[in-house]
Design a protein around this ligand. Structure first.
Ligand SMILES: Cc1ncc(COP(=O)(O)O)c(C=O)c1O
Length: 414
């Protein structure tokens, strides 16, 4: 195999290198004297050598650090690594996925703007759309994932954003990314306007799905999940064109959802094993989903990598592997309601942990009607495809035989 030569940094020093390599080395892919681990700049502010530094900053010199809400070397280091990993021009790290999502959306909207979105979203994002955006005179119109032809009718000259997730939470339904982009570009042309396409790639991650390849403009992600991967940080990221990220960072100064340097350090450290972890999660999830499909207490297994999955064909088209999230619908024993049964199953698991969140090395389970989809009416739950009999499983990297045995014994309590 031909040896790759690592030279001084060029605008795209990552070219030709694998995701695993970029996730380990970040922007240090050239002769570099310094620490192997990223130092933590645990400081709120920075000493100036003289007021000349303050003047340079005031004139717009980005190399002068002044205050950690604006920028921080540890945070910048992981932002550069994430941009390299996801083939984006630039990235902005935030204190949570929600801070990333809300700041990115506010950067592309103003009072009177309209957003078109698919309805099956992370509950926190959906509730922000429902409860907060109307207060700012921002309207959200929903288009079902199976009727993307409606985008043409819903988009108007006020539409500035198309926002979506795929796979969706918790039903793992898929939205055709290429089709979204095609329809949005056609609406843009007709209306002579600009509509940004923004995708929450938290569930799939760049390992399983590459949104920029399909023409998506901006990726948002909760780094709390797979990117962080150890259930020990809360963080978020926005990745896109340098101009847009500059705008997002400008807004972040006002809204204040800046990342903490220690969280940035932990994220950078976690990314070194991102490739290993997510590939193992993919493998375990497929094995667990396959085993659970045969269990008599399981009515349905939702996993994009199963041939029985309704959109298996789309999964194979736009995903390179199928992720670590599996949702099951439990078949209750006679005389028990679905919710009673799922509570009994979750309370009898010994290896898998009954906890919200996802993407960590440990397998977690949650009951969507009591977690991500709490505070929603029956009509809203129906629209999101969420039922009380569902258990969402975030599959970790434990021994697969232990996981299968654990779910088999817990399901006997359904
Ligand atoms: C798909 C998705 N997007 C965004 C978020 C929000 O991320 P955070 O909790 O880091 O704010 C979550 C949280 O569960 C999520 O599942």
């Amino acid at each position: 195999m031909a040896k790759k030569r690592l030279s001084k940094p060029t605008p795209r020093a990552d070219q030709g290198l694998s995701l695993a390599t970029r996730a380990i080395h970040g922007n240090k892919l050239y002769a570099f004297r310094g620490p192997v681990a990223t130092p933590i700049y645990q400081t709120s502010t920075y000493r100036f050598q003289s007021s000349e530094d303050a003047i340079r900053y005031a004139k717009g010199d980005p190399s002068v650090y002044v205050y950690t809400r604006y920028h921080n070397p540890t945070v910048r280091d992981v932002e550069e690594k994430l941009a390299l990993m996801e083939h984006g021009e630039s990235a902005a790290m935030f204190s949570s996925g929600m801070a990333a999502i809300t700041t990115a959306i506010l950067a592309v909207t103003k009072p009177g703007s309209e957003i078109v979105s698919t309805p099956a979203l992370y509950g926190g994002t959906y509730r922000w759309f429902r409860d907060e955006l109307p207060k700012n005179n921002l309207a959200v119109k929903y288009v079902h994932a199976d009727h993307l032809d409606q985008i043409d009718k819903l988009a108007t000259t006020k539409t500035t954003l198309f926002y979506f997730e795929t796979p969706t939470n918790p039903t793992l339904d898929l939205v055709d990314i290429a089709e979204v982009v095609r329809r949005v570009r056609s609406a843009e042309k007709k209306l002579n306007t600009k509509i940004l396409v923004m995708l929450d790639n938290t569930f799939a991650t760049i390992i399983n799905q590459d949104p920029f390849r399909y023409g998506v403009d901006v990726i948002v992600e909760s780094a709390t999940k797979y990117l962080g991967g150890h259930s020990d940080i809360v963080a978020g990221v926005v990745i896109g064109k340098a101009d847009f990220i500059k705008q997002v960072k400008g807004l972040a100064k006002h809204h204040g959802g800046c990342a903490d340097p220690f969280a940035a350090y932990l994220l950078s450290r976690s990314l070194k094993t991102f490739d290993l972890r997510v590939r193992k999660q993919n493998e375990n999830a497929l094995a667990l989903a396959t085993a659970l499909e045969k269990h008599n207490k399981v009515k349905q297994v939702l996993y994009p990598g199963l041939p029985s999955f309704p959109k298996y064909f789309l999964a194979r088209k736009q995903m390179s592997a199928f992720g670590g999230m599996v949702t099951i619908e439990v078949r209750p024993s006679r005389g028990r309601s679905p919710i009673e049964s799922v509570v009994r199953v979750c309370d009898n698991l010994r290896v898998a942990v009954n906890a919200m969140s996802l993407g960590g090395v440990e397998t977690l389970v949650s009951i969507p009607v009591y977690s991500s989809h709490i505070f929603m009416s029956d009509e809203e739950l129906g629209r999101h495809g969420v039922t009380p009999g569902m258990i969402r499983i975030s599959v970790g990297i434990e021994g697969i035989d232990d996981l299968v045995a654990d779910f088999e014994q817990a399901l006997s309590f359904a």
